[in-house]
Every structure is written in C-alpha cells, then in structure tokens.
Design a protein around this ligand. Structure first.
Ligand SMILES: Nc1ncnc2c1ncn2[C@@H]1O[C@H](COP(=O)(O)OP(=O)(O)OP(=O)(O)O)[C@@H](O)[C@H]1O
Ligand SMILES: [Mg+2]
Length: 433
C-alpha cells in the first residue's frame, strides 16, 4: 500500500536531514569519541584510580559539579580506559529509594532484584558476593562502583541513605580483606550538607573530593568544534560555533545544552533550506528556553506556579529584575485570594524554585535593619507568563503595559488634563504588578 501524502512528508524530512553527515554526533546521550579539555579533572580522577597499582585505593571519592560539566562522561571514559578495571556504573535517579539503589547495583551485576522485605543486609551480601565472583572470573585488579546522581537518594526520607553509604564503605573494607581492591565514586550536583551524612561515615571516607567547574567559553567552543566536525558535511562557520559557545557559557556552562543548541540551530536552518547562521542560533536559543521552561513549570505545584507568575509580572511590568521576598509575597497573597501559605513556607518555596534553575537569589545587608533576600527570574518573563496562564498574562500584564508605554511615549505632561487620568490608571494597573 502506498501513501503519497506520507511519502511527501518522508521525502521532505529526508531532504532536511541531508545537512547532517552523522547526526548522532549531536546526540548528547552518546559518549563523545574523544574527551575535550578537562585535563585537570581527568588527572585528579587518574590519581585516585591509579593507586591500585600500589595495592591501595581510598574507599570513596566524591565528585561534585553542576549539570553538563562532564562528570558522568569523564568517569566512564577514564575508568573504561584501564583494561584492569571493572566499572559498575549506576544512575541512582532511576532508583528513587535507597532499596531501589541496592537493586540497581544488583541488576548491573547481572543479579536478580530482591524485595524490600528481604532486607538491606542480604542485599549488601549479594552485592559483595557478585563483585567477588566477577573479579575472580575476569581476573581484574580494581572494582569501581560509580553512583551517579548520588544526591537523589538523600530525598528518600523513609529509607536510611546514610546507613546505605556506611554499609557500602564497610563492604569495600571487607572486599579488601578478601583480596579484592574496590572503590566507590559518587557523582552529585550538590555538595552534600554535613547533616546528610553521619559522623561515622565522614570519618571513614575522609575528603577525597573533585570539583568540576562549569565549562569556560574556550572549552565549550572546543567541544562544539569536535562535535561539528563529526556531525556535518560542510564546514560550519566558526562564528556560529562561537555564538553557541558564548550563549551557553553565559547562561549555564553546560556542555549538554551547548550541543543541543547547535543541533536545534541546524534543524531550524535545514527547515529553511539555508546555511546555518547566527540568526538560527538565536531562534534555537529561544525555542530551547521555551521548551525547558515549559518542562520545569509543568512539574511545579499551584503555589509555585503563582510565585513565578508574580515575579514574571513584576519583572515585565515594572521593568525591574530584583524583587524582595516581602513584595513578592504580598502580590502572591493578592492573586491567590484565599488560603495562602505562611510567609515561612513561602520563603522555602522560593528556595525550591531556585534549585529548579528558574530563579536566583542574592542576600544583602541593610545595615541595622538586618539582611534582605531578593529574587530574580532567570528565564524570560514573557515566556514564563505565557506558559503559566496566557490569557491572564495578556490581560493583566501585556496589554496594560503597552497602553501605559504608549501614553508615556506620547508625551503626557503634568499640565496635560489627561495626566491625572493617566496617573490613576497607572496606579490601578501597577497595583497588580
Ligand atoms: N570534555 C568533554 N568532551 C566531550 N564531550 C563532553 C565533555 N564534557 C561533556 N561532554 C558532553 O556533554 C554532555 C554532558 O556531559 P555529562 O553527562 O558528562 O555531564 P554531567 O556533569 O554528568 O551532567 P549531569 O550533572 O546533568 O548528569 C554529554 O553529552 C557529553 O558527551
Ligand atoms: Mg551526569
């Protein structure tokens, strides 16, 4: 059966894809052919690992760094480079609970899952047994258990994450007694606060830490050049790559998002049947910001959405970026009408929003009046407003603001009879921002 309409669409898409020689080089879930930059971080990892040749390694190395700074990629790449190492890499984000983490490790070692009723201790025994067998069978020198997105298990308030880590470190010691050298590498976005690990663990694991800085402009450019060379037939104008690197460096220092930006820019150019230019990068940047903001906002609670809406209205309407907690709270109460959360809870919600990357805060001293925290939206207020409530946003913010701007620009002066009218309107509308 043939379908000419469908064929037409398939041909169109195939034609667009011709811009790419190997599009998978721009897929950030694929490991890179070669590591670019990060020499210092690579050296630090190598130093910790390489000690196995002396028959001694630290039990646990903690790696910290913001999203897209190459943590997971580097750990995999460096560990896999040593033929004498077995790497067991698990992403704890897939587990959510402590016991889920135990099962993930078991599965990665080709073992069946346990039920939580069978208990953590049995889980640990099974893991230890599987490691010993694997090391003996494959005759390797070092076993590395990499726990990616390690901070996630600390959200499991019902389980006991601290105990889980303690048991793993104990297991490493027991493996050593059995002639098997092993170490744990934890990878997290946030440095764990002291309260999250209890003292017996802290003293056991010492402080073998590696911090990954966000990528610099030059490093970002290097990564993009390597990917572009692989992905496109035609040489991409360096100005385009420079632009992608600059936007990414200024906004986040995240290599994953930099590569995504290049891919989406190329897709837009392909649709227009044009060579890739800086304008395509601008369009892609807008589109990605919209997608990302939408994704983050869709997972927020009603109250958090409202907080974002208030901030967006204030930022756009008043043309001012930073806003104090109190002023945001007052408008939030006004918009909500009934049953607002307490001021204290409100401050917590603002902090949570900061963790999602939608807001950022700064705290400054106000002399004898103490300290004041202010917040600003990181995302474009218009994008935020439209995503949360387009109708409201246009009626309460965009149209009134446009009328006010128009009145202002038409040269209203105090002696003008419409001035009073204008001033009252302004006051009325601004009371909403
Ligand atoms: N030094 C590098 N050379 C080549 N590609 C890199 C490098 N660093 C990162 N990348 C690419 O950037 C993307 C993000 O890297 P990675 O997943 O390692 O970041 P991460 O620090 O683990 O981030 P997250 O905290 O979000 O998990 C991957 O697609 C990776 O291939
Ligand atoms: Mg990672």
């Amino acid at each position: 059966m043939s379908d000419p309409e469908l064929d037409k669409i398939i041909n169109k898409v195939a034609k667009e894809e011709k811009i790419f020689k190997k599009k998978s080089a721009l897929d950030t879930s694929n490991p890179p052919l070669k590591l670019v930059s990060r020499v210092n971080e690579v050296e630090k990892i190598v130093r910790y690992i390489h000690d196995y040749k002396q028959g001694h390694v630290v039990p646990l190395v903690s790696i910290y760094g913001r999203s897209g700074t190459g943590k997971s990629t580097l750990v995999r790449y460096v560990c896999n480079y040593f033929p004498e190492i077995i790497l067991c890499f698990v992403n704890l984000k897939k587990a959510k609970t402590v016991f889920g983490g135990v099962n993930l490790i078991l599965n990665e070692l080709d073992q069946p899952s346990l039920t939580s009723a069978q208990g953590m201790n049995l889980g640990m025994e099974k893991i230890q047994e599987a490691i010993l067998n694997k090391m003996k069978l494959e005759r390797k020198k070092l076993f590395i258990l990499a726990l990616d997105e390690f901070d996630v298990i600390f959200y499991d308030k019902r389980g006991n994450p601290s105990d889980f880590v303690y048991k793993l470190v104990e297991m490493i010691a027991e493996l050593k007694n059995n002639g098997c050298l092993a170490m744990i590498i934890t990878i997290s976005n946030n440095v764990l606060s002291d309260s999250e690990l209890d003292d017996r663990i802290k003293s056991r694991i010492g402080n073998s830490e590696i911090f990954f800085k966000p990528y610099s402009h030059e490093e970002m450019l290097e990564i993009l050049r390597a990917r572009a060379e692989e992905a496109f037939d035609k040489k991409i104008d360096d100005k385009v790559l420079e632009k992608c690197a600059k936007v990414s460096y200024l906004e986040h220092g995240d290599a994953r998002r930099a590569v995504d930006l290049l891919r989406v820019s190329a897709e837009i150019a392909a649709k227009e049947k044009k060579d890739l230019t800086i304008e395509h990068v601008n369009a892609a940047s807008q589109q990605l910001q919209k997608d990302r903001t939408g994704e983050v906002i869709s997972s927020l609670s009603h109250h958090s959405k409202l907080i974002c809406l208030v901030l967006a209205a204030k930022t756009y309407g008043l043309e001012k970026n930073w806003h104090a907690t109190k002023s945001i709270y007052e408008k939030y109460v006004k918009y909500l009408g009934s049953e607002p959360v307490s001021y204290r809870r409100f401050s917590e919600l603002l902090k949570d929003l900061e963790n999602t990357g939608l807001l950022e805060s700064k705290t400054g001293s106000r002399g004898q009046k103490g300290y004041r925290t202010e917040f600003q939206l990181i995302m474009d207020p218009q994008i935020v407003g439209e995503i949360i409530d387009k109708k409201w946003w246009n009626e309460i913010v965009v149209h009134p603001k446009a009328s006010l701007d128009k009145a202002k620009n038409s040269g209203i002066t105090k002696s003008n009879p419409v001035y009073l009218h204008y001033k009252m309107a302004k006051k009325g509308i601004e009371s909403w921002w």
